[in-house]
Structures are given as structure tokens and as C-alpha cells.
Design a protein around this ligand. Structure first.
Ligand code: FAD
Length: 486
């Protein structure tokens, strides 16, 4: 039986372990943490439970697919339900908007609250759908670095429709031209942050991101986001994958330009193939030290990071839902601060995720578990303690202004997470959330491929390589790698 070693039990590493097991490989995973899931983890603060990282569940069919590979019923492992409301939006000028999953209902709400004809929005959404349909097989489901990807009818169709992609203009310009109304432009600009980019830089092509949310919907994991990792881990173990926790891989062993295993504390483990689910930059810098590296790709700008305040709040806020956004009054300056000045703007956009709205056990009665996230620059040695203290004051003031409350008196538990914590806990380069950013219009082609061009039998999966960050794309990276391995 051929043997595969996977470095890291992030969501892509676990998904790939399942796929390779299905292919008949003996699979061994080495993980430096004491638990599976990487960025997908959870913790408790007294009676409050929190998901530490991802909060938005989209495209859960990619998760189900992994259970189906073994003819297992996905629902008996991982249970979720669709949300009617995808997000509640709030602005400083008092404007409020509920984004409904159902397209027509959302368009009617936009017409009623923002005065934009529903026909205009539906036309914009249709265009985004077209972009997604034309690109998904090339950009998301296959390796961009294999000639065969480009020799298909799908590719030909896409090339003939290149004008539809709006690659030459930033997302903000496309949204201003096609939607016009400032609140609506800001709302649709926000989708650039789904891969840690700026709407003033990322190409107009990215309108396709919101299509995924609008078309496929948003979901709630009944046992929290961490259950994605836990349930897939359970399946992998049941099918015979071996997991070794507290094992930090220090080297990929090479022989005649082939990956033949890994080294941990001078102990060697051999295999036929090696896959790194570790961030691709430290994979080269630490595990392949001394080998030639694809410098242009590794030097691509990294995505944004985040500061998160986890608050146990002893009050219920009836006007909030699972996902809530309190927008900055100056979005352009906020993104300039993050990507140019490497700072956090003093009027930041605030995302509040409250899982206790859906999972009653996540907070005591009449209380809520607030996950308050602010987009931040990645780590370039800033004084995070000072930044976090200033930010906390600004965040509390803004929440008080917009939600007409006095939040400080209700915070009874608190934990704070900075880009440094993210970097230390998951070895993500500079603490970025999604690998490299998509601020460059060629970014899709500048992500590291899912295999090595120089070293045989070495592959890569996860958010820092093709097709990109976020749970659905990480799961697709595992699928692409599995398809590349004969
Ligand atoms: C705060 C936050 C919010 C997010 N929000 C969302 C969201 O709402 N929706 C969404 O879809 N995505 C979201 N994301 C992104 C998503 O979490 C990631 O894209 C995804 O989880 C990355 O998975 P991965 O497979 O790349 O591995 P990672 O989660 O990066 O895990 C890599 C694993 O490899 C291990 N490792 C690293 N180096 C070594 C080594 N040398 N030896 C052994 N093990 C090693 C690490 O310990 C870690 O467990 C968010 C991320 C963060 C941090």
C-alpha cells in the first residue's frame, strides 16, 4: 500500500486525508497543535462557548461530499440548517438593512430601504452568477498550472466571455457604476473581505463572491463551526487515517529531487508522497530551507488579518441576528489604513457574530456570546497591545452610537485575539487569514499551485495555495490535490 504523509490537520489536511484514504493510501497526519482543525477551533469562557475562527458557513455540500465518498450519511456526522437572514447591516446615519437569502425578498428590501429598484439589483446579481458559472471549473475546481485545464470547452467559453469578467476595474468602481446608491455599494464592496482583500484594489470579477452567498445561501452549523473539523476528523479516524498531535514537522526529506518523508525532532518518517497543509511560505522557509523557491509567488501581498474581541454579554439584543455588520463611515480610508498604512482606522467596520442566537447552549439564558471582529493589517511588527487598547475604545463607542446602548456594562467575560495569536497558533505567515490577498488582478495566477514544479511527489493544500482561502476553497484544494495524485 502506498503511503501519504500530510503536514497539518487544518480543514484541507483533514479533507485530503479522507480523499487519499478513499484512494487506497495509508495516510498519516502530523499536527503541531494538540487538536485538529487549525483555524477552526473553539473555546469556552465560563458558561459561554465561542468558535475561535471562521463564523460564516457557505457551500456545506462540499463537506457532505466527503461523507458520501464512503457512503456515510453526512447528517449523522454534521448537521446544519439554512438561514433566512444572511446578515443585518447598520450604518451611522441610522440606515438599517436586512439581507435575506431569498433573492427577490432581498431586492424588495433594498428597494424599500435604499430606494434602489429591485430590477437593478437583480440584474447585478445575474451578472455575478454568469461570472461564477464561466469561471468555476477553471479557477476553482482544477489546477491552474496544468495545461489540460486550458484545453477544454469551458475554458474556450470563458475566453470568449472575457469582457464580462471586469478584471480591468476595481470592485468598488464596478459597484458604483452598476448599483450607484452608497449604502448598497458599501454592502457589496464588503465581499472583498471574504478573501482578505480591498474592494478598491481587487478586480470587479470578485462580484462572484457574493453570488456564492446569495445563490447557495448561508448556513448555521448546529454544533458550531468547529463541528466541521470535528466531524470530518471523526470520519477520517473511522476510516483508518492516523493522526499524530503535538508533532511539529521540521523538515521535508528529499532524495534525488523527490519528497520521501518528513523529519520531526530528528526522527525520520518515510512515505511515497508528502502534502503540506502548512502555510506555503513557512513550508519553503522552514521545511525546505536551502531549496530553490518560487520567490515571485511567495512575495505576493498577504491578505488582511483580524483583531477579535470575544465577549460574554449579559443581555439579549433583539435587533441583532447571527451575522451583523456596523459599517465604517469612511470605507476607503479604512482599507487604505489596512493595506497602505498597516494600521486600523479609528472608525472601523465591526462584525458581530452571535451563535447563541441559533445555538441556545452557547450562552446562559438572556445572555449572548459576541464574536466581535475587526479587519486588521497583517503582522509587520506593530505594537498590537497599544493598537488593541485604542481599538477597544473605538469599538465600544461605535457599538454604543449605532446600537444605542452602553455595551461596556454588559461585558462579563472577555478574550482578545490578535494577528500574533493567529500566527503563533496556526503558523500562518504574518497572521494573514486567507494566504495571499486578491488585490492584484492576476492574483488567481499568482497563488502557489497544488504541487511543486521542482520537487516530485510534493503537494500543497489549504488556504495559502490555489484556489485560495475560506473553508469551501480549502476543501476544493484538497479535491484538486487528490485528483492530481494518480
Ligand atoms: C478569524 C478568522 C475568521 C475566518 N472567517 C471565515 C469564515 O467566516 N468563513 C470561511 O469559510 N473561512 C473563514 N476563515 C478562513 C478559514 O478559517 C481558513 O481559510 C481555513 O480554515 C484554513 O484551513 P487550512 O486547511 O489552510 O489550514 P489551517 O487552519 O491554516 O491549519 C493549518 C494546520 O497546520 C498545522 N501546522 C502548521 N505547520 C505545521 C508543522 N510544521 N507541522 C505540523 N503541523 C503544522 C497548524 O497547527 C494548523 O493546525 C477565517 C479565518 C480566521 C482566522
Amino acid at each position: 500500500m502506498k503511503k501519504a504523509i500530510i503536514i497539518g490537520a487544518g480543514i484541507a489536511g483533514i479533507a485530503l486525508s479522507i480523499r487519499l484514504k478513499r484512494k487506497g493510501y495509508d495516510v498519516e497526519v502530523f499536527e503541531s497543535n494538540s487538536f485538529p482543525g487549525g483555524k477552526l477551533s473553539s473555546f469556552n469562557l465560563g458558561p459561554y462557548r465561542f468558535d475561535a475562527g471562521p463564523s460564516l458557513l457557505t457551500m456545506p455540500h462540499f463537506i457532505d461530499e466527503l461523507f458520501s465518498l464512503f457512503n456515510e450519511d453526512p447528517k449523522s456526522y454534521f448537521s446544519y440548517k439554512k438561514k433566512d437572514i444572511s446578515c443585518k447591516y447598520f450604518w451611522e446615519d441610522g440606515t438599517k438593512l436586512t439581507a435575506y437569502s431569498e433573492k427577490e425578498k432581498f431586492a424588495n428590501e433594498v428597494e424599500k430601504k435604499l430606494g434602489v429598484k429591485s430590477k437593478k439589483l437583480l440584474k447585478y446579481l445575474k451578472k455575478a452568477e454568469k461570472k461564477y458559472d464561466l469561471t468555476k471549473t477553471i479557477f476553482l475546481e482544477k489546477s491552474l498550472n496544468k495545461l489540460s485545464t486550458f484545453l477544454t470547452m469551458d475554458t474556450l467559453k470563458s475566453i470568449l466571455s472575457l469582457h464580462l469578467f471586469q478584471i480591468g476595474k476595481p470592485l468598488n468602481d464596478v459597484n458604483e457604476e452598476e448599483l450607484g446608491e452608497p449604502h448598497l455599494v458599501q454592502l457589496f464592496n464588503r465581499f472583498a473581505t471574504y478573501n482578505g482583500s480591498s474592494p478598491y484594489k481587487t478586480p470587479g470579477m470578485m462580484t462572484l463572491i457574493q453570488h456564492l452567498e446569495q445563490e447557495y445561501g448561508t448556513f448555521v452549523a448546529r454544533n458550531g463551526m468547529v463541528d466541521i473539523a470535528n466531524s470530518l476528523f471523526k470520519l477520517a479516524k473511522k476510516k483508518g487515517v492516523t493522526f499524530n498531535f503535538n508533532n511539529n514537522v521540521t523538515k521535508i526529506i528529499l532524495s534525488n529531487n523527490k519528497a520521501v518523508g518528513v523529519e520531526i525532532n530528528k526522527k525520520k518518517y518515510y512515505s511515497d508522497i508528502v502534502i503540506s497543509n502548512m502555510d506555503v511560505v513557512p513550508t519553503y522557509n522552514k521545511l525546505l530551507n536551502g531549496q530553490p523557491s518560487p520567490k515571485k509567488i511567495l512575495n505576493q501581498e498577504r491578505s488582511s488579518s483580524a483583531i477579535i474581541f470575544y465577549w460574554g454579554v449579559k443581555k439579549e439584543f433583539k435587533n441583532l441576528d447571527l451575522h451583523n455588520i456596523l459599517f465604517s463611515d469612511n470605507y476607503k480610508e479604512e482599507f487604505d489604513s489596512i493595506f497602505e498604512k498597516k494600521e486600523i482606522h479609528n472608525d472601523p467596520t465591526i462584525y458581530i457574530n452571535i451563535t447563541s442566537k441559533e445555538i441556545s447552549g452557547d450562552a446562559p439564558l438572556n445572555c449572548e456570546n459576541w464574536f466581535v471582529m475587526i479587519n486588521a493589517p497583517n503582522n509587520s511588527g506593530q505594537d498590537w497591545e497599544y493598537i488593541t487598547n485604542e481599538l477597544r475604545k473605538n469599538v465600544i463607542n461605535k457599538i454604543n452610537r449605532v446600537l444605542k446602548t452602553d455595551i461596556k456594562q454588559y461585558i462579563e467575560k472577555e478574550k482578545i485575539y490578535t494577528p500574533i495569536n493567529l500566527e503563533n497558533n496556526t503558523q500562518s505567515y504574518l497572521g494573514s487569514l486567507y494566504g495571499s490577498s486578491s488585490n492584484n488582478k492576476m492574483s488567481a495566477f499568482l497563488r502557489h499551485p497544488n504541487f511543486s514544479n521542482d520537487i516530485l511527489n510534493l503537494y500543497f493544500c489549504g488556504g495559502s495555495v490555489h484556489p485560495g482561502g475560506g473553508i469551501p476553497l480549502c476543501l476544493l484544494s484538497a479535491k484538486i490535490v487528490s485528483n492530481l495524485i494518480k
